[in-house]
Each structure stands twice: as structure tokens, then as C-alpha cells.
Design a protein around this ligand. Structure first.
Ligand code: NAD
Ligand code: DAU
Length: 365
């Protein structure tokens, strides 16, 4: 094996795509997937690669410092791609402690384990931290009735890498804190670290608490679609495999100490996504047009709901030549088809049955 890369959170949504890409593309790397298997971790996401000779799964908690130390030693880890986190904003509003624990203390435990094991020998080492555009706060939203305004369809301003951090939710506050720790390890100890801040991801294997898979499943099952507030909040969407490709490019060619924003210049109002999902699911299920329109249900707004996110990813495009490959409508078409063709995956996630898969595959370990 040429090197061992520790990928944390690899049983989650984005992590599973990153693990799959690295296992397949780099047969001479050993890929160790460390995941606690919280409600969001699902080893069924990795069924197609779990028997590959360059793949290992380790169940563990990033907050467990002794365990992290022993993993570095056992596998001679030279690179880390850190995705493990609590990731859902609504959960963070109900339970901020868990977010501080995993996202802040877990990141710190991993940084310390890396610092101790690498012991100042930084050549060929990299600690790559995956973060979110939510750390930048919210952008102003211009009235879409007035037509395109400024550079984006919904506003003039974009998040750039030089933007001041201004997180609003407990989730984004915890991610902001972890980003600062990662940069502090670079500035204080000289550890080669990198941070990327990405926009909203969508695609296969996303836990159905997030807008797109939740709504696809609800349309499929003719259940209400709870739109927060007036549905006018804007998010910037990126197909998950494009994010995974960006992570690959940045892991191999990004400059240590740098931050890169990742996004596809693809802003959508929530309500327009909901309408697109309804049209797409209904068409694929052979229902008459408009059959599911009545499922839209406006509910109380999310507390502190950020109005608009829009990522400026020109630095990544200019310096490393990465570009998103999919138009949103095409990505949604693929995504809806995947969830409809993989109804069993969705049913096992919503019933909780997926949790047994770990025991079946790995016994009592
Ligand atoms: P996810 O919730 O689907 O997966 C998170 C994974 O981390 C799960 O497998 C879970 O079991 C694991 N995990 C949680 N706590 C852990 C702990 N204490 N120890 C070890 N493993 C633990 O999340 P996701 O949407 O795939 O996001 C992955 C990363 O990308 C997160 O850091 C998130 O902040 C970031 N991110 C997500 C998005 C997005 O749109 N989903 C966008 C930008 C950045
Ligand atoms: O921007 C990147 C972030 O995107 C990631 O860092 C987070 O991990 C990820 O969860 C995501 O955060 P959001 O809060 O933007 O995603 P979510 O899918 O929860 O919500 C998208 C939008 O849809 C948001 O404006 C809230 C709204 N929404 C969401 C749900 C779940 C609804 O209107 N109704 C819903 O039921």
C-alpha cells in the first residue's frame, strides 16, 4: 500500500461517496473508514465496495482520543479527510450539546492524535477538514419579483473565502469553531491542514431528514410536505458526486493552510425545488400532472432560518480547475430516479432496520 487515508464519517451521506470514489480510484491507497454509526451512519451505503481489499471499516467515536491515537499507530495514517459530524440544523436547535461534542471536541481529538503521531514530520501529511458554507452566515435576499438582481438570481453578494465568519445556528457555530481549530493547528504547529466550505449537497444515500430526500419520500407516500415559513429561503445546491470529486482534487493538489469554497453557482428557492420534486416524482410514477400539489403544507419557520446562501467557488475553479459536472435539473432527475428505484433503502432507513446491517457484517466488533 502506498499510503493510508483515514476518512471519518464515511458511512454518512457525503462520506460514503468520498469513500467509494477513493477506494475505486486509488487501489494502492488503504482507505480506513472511521464512523460511530449514529442514526446518520449507514453501512448499507457502502455495500458495493465493502469487500474491496483496500477498504477497512472501524467503528469508533472521533471524541475518543485514545482510540484515535491507536488508529494512527495501527494504520500508519498519513492523510485525514474529516467528515464525521452532526450535520442537521434542526437537530442542533433541539440538542446543541451533541453538536459541540462531536463537531468541536471530536475535531480537536482527531487533530491532537494527528499532531502526536506525525510529531512535526509534516512531509507527505495532510489533515483535510470538510466544512460548510453555513459558517459565513446569511446573505441578503432581494425580491425575486423584480427579476435577476446583481450577480446572482437572488442577490448581489456571495460567500468568498475572505468573508468574516458569522454563524447563526448551533450547527454552524460548532462547524465554525472546528474550522478555527483546524486553522490554529496550521498556524501554531505548522501542521499541513486544509478547510473547504461547501454548499448544500443532494443525491443518493442522503438521510431523509434533509429537504430533498424527505420530500421525495413524502411525495412517493402521499404525505404532507412541511415547507418552513413561506418557502422563500434560498440555498445553493451541488450534486454530491461533484463534491466528492472536488474533495479528491483538493486533497491531492490543494495548498496546505488554504481554504477553498465549493459550490456550483446554483441558487434555488425552497418552494421552487419542492415544485420541481413534485413534477418529477409524479411524472416518474405515472401520476397526472399536479396530483401531489396539495401535499404542500406551510409550517412554522425554522428558528434563526438563514435567508440565502450563495457560494463563490471561483478560487477552486481558477486554481485547481474543478467544475461541477451536472445541471441541477439533470441532478434532480437522477436523484429522484435513484430514490424511487431504491425504495427498499429508504424503507429500511425510515423503519430503522438499516442499523442491523452492522451486526450482520461485522458481528460484535
Ligand atoms: P451525515 O449526517 O450524513 O453523516 C455524518 C456521519 O458522521 C455519519 O456516518 C455518522 O455516523 C458519523 N458520525 C457522527 N458523529 C460521529 C462521531 N462522534 N464519531 C464518528 N463518526 C460520527 O452528514 P453529511 O451530510 O454527509 O455531512 C458530512 C460532512 O460534510 C459534515 O462535516 C458536514 O458538516 C459537511 N457538509 C455537509 C453538507 C451537506 O449538504 N450535507 C454541505 C457542506 C458540508
Ligand atoms: O449549506 C450546507 C448545509 O446544508 C450543510 O452544512 C448541512 O449539513 C446540511 O444539512 C444543509 O443544511 P440546510 O439546513 O440548508 O439543509 P436542509 O435540507 O435541512 O434544509 C434545506 C432548506 O429547506 C432550508 O432552508 C430549510 C428548508 N426545509 C427543510 C426541511 C427539512 C423545509 O422547508 N422543510 C423541511 O422539512
Amino acid at each position: 500500500m502506498k499510503r493510508t487515508i483515514l476518512i471519518t464519517g464515511g458511512a454518512g451521506f457525503i462520506g460514503s461517496h468520498v469513500v467509494r470514489l477513493f477506494v475505486r480510484k486509488y487501489p494502492d491507497y488503504r482507505i480506513v473508514n472511521l464512523d460511530k454509526l449514529t442514526y446518520a451512519g449507514n453501512l448499507e451505503n457502502l455495500r458495493d465496495i465493502e469487500c474491496e481489499p483496500n477498504y477497512r471499516f472501524e467503528r469508533g467515536d472521533v471524541c475518543d482520543f485514545e482510540r484515535m491515537r491507536s488508529l494512527f499507530r495501527a494504520y500508519d495514517v498519513t492523510g485525514v479527510i474529516h467528515l464525521a459530524a452532526e450535520s442537521h440544523v434542526d437537530r442542533s436547535i433541539r440538542d446543541p450539546f451533541t453538536f459541540a461534542r462531536t463537531n468541536v471536541m471530536g475535531t480537536l481529538a482527531l487533530l491532537e492524535a494527528a499532531r502526536e503521531y506525525w510529531d512535526g514530520k509534516w512531509e507527505g501529511r495532510l489533515f483535510y477538514h470538510i466544512s460548510t458554507d453555513e459558517v459565513y452566515g446569511a446573505l441578503a435576499l432581494t425580491d425575486p419579483a423584480g427579476g435577476p438582481q446583481g450577480r446572482g438570481p437572488y442577490g448581489e453578494e456571495f460567500f468568498t473565502e475572505r468573508m468574516r465568519y458569522d454563524p447563526h445556528s448551533p450547527y454552524s457555530a460548532s462547524k465554525a469553531s472546528s474550522d478555527h481549530f483546524v486553522r490554529a493547528y496550521h498556524d501554531t504547529y505548522g501542521m499541513p491542514t486544509l478547510v473547504t466550505n461547501c454548499s448544500n449537497n443532494y443525491g443518493p444515500y442522503q438521510f431523509p431528514e434533509k429537504l430533498i430526500p424527505l420530500f421525495i419520500n413524502n411525495i412517493r407516500k402521499c404525505r404532507p410536505l412541511p415547507v418552513y415559513g413561506r418557502g422563500e429561503n434560498v440555498r445553493d445546491w451541488l450534486y454530491v458526486e461533484d463534491h466528492a470529486r472536488a474533495i479528491d482534487v483538493i486533497f491531492h493538489r490543494g495548498r496546505a493552510g488554504e481554504t477553498y469554497n465549493i459550490g456550483g453557482f446554483n441558487e434555488w428557492r425552497n418552494i421552487d425545488i419542492v415544485r420541481l420534486l413534485i413534477r418529477t416524482v409524479d411524472r416518474m410514477l405515472g401520476r397526472p400532472e399536479g396530483a401531489s400539489d396539495g401535499l404542500i403544507t406551510y409550517v412554522a419557520d425554522r428558528k434563526g432560518h438563514d435567508l440565502r446562501y450563495a457560494i463563490d467557488s471561483r478560487k477552486l475553479q481558477r486554481e485547481l480547475g474543478w467544475e461541477p459536472s451536472l445541471q441541477f435539473e439533470e441532478g434532480i432527475e437522477r436523484t429522484v430516479r435513484w430514490y424511487l428505484e431504491n425504495g427498499e433503502w429508504m424503507d429500511r432507513v425510515t423503519s430503522g432496520a438499516y442499523a442491523d446491517y452492522y451486526k450482520t457484517m461485522y458481528g460484535a466488533r
